[in-house]
Design a protein around this ligand. Sequence first.
Ligand SMILES: [Zn+2]
Ligand SMILES: [Zn+2]
Length: 253
Amino acid sequence: MAQVILLGTGAAWSGPDRENTFMLVRGHTTNILIDCGGSPTQRLAQVGIKPSEIDHIILTHNHPDHVYGFPLLLLNAWMAGRQTPIHIYALKDTIRSARKMLSALDFRLLPNFTPIQYHTLVPNSIIALPPMGEFDIAGTPTTHFVPTLALRITERATGRAFAYSSDTSPDKNVVDVARDVNILLHEATMLDESRQGHSSALEAGAEAAQANARELILIHVPPNVKPQKWRAAAKQNFRGKVRVANDFDVIEF
Ligand SMILES: [Zn+2]
Ligand SMILES: [Zn+2]
């Protein structure tokens, strides 16, 4: 069974026991990083993965809490001797930002740097990403302050899938991309108030119900999160299993 390992679960302002939200999809033939929060190498070391073992990086959007660890991860992959390409997937603005980060840090001066292949994704209601190992991945635009992707990751052999909302207000695209998933990882930056660009636990519950997800895991939570309260709010709208994510949770899907 494929695994997604939560390397961070906090909102943009994270707490003492949460890194910003990013995660590793660990397959038998490939490793995919979704977003790249701080200390990626330290986080990966805790789950027994080297930065050079990451083959694909999907950056959901160009906000610091989702991309700021990216240059360090690439630096460490190169230091570990990786010479096969690392593939980066993102919308246009985020690809531009990723390139600028590396150029601002003078990566061109590093000899024999790891090859990087950029894949610019074109916004559409459903965006099919290139196949990655044993996974098929679809994206869809969300409602956030900048162009952002929600994702559905499907293990091809079994059809089992999870979805990750990334940052978004409630959005029909997210419901559509998460249809009938085993697990929906949905952001819950607030408890029950509506705010532009983000979702509450209450709203995440409604999204999970509309998508007919089997289980809802609340992620991208603030430092003062009260798990029981967040869970109860989501439960008002969703009858399935609900919990609040913690760093280093291993989720089988
Ligand atoms: Zn965020
Ligand atoms: Zn954001």
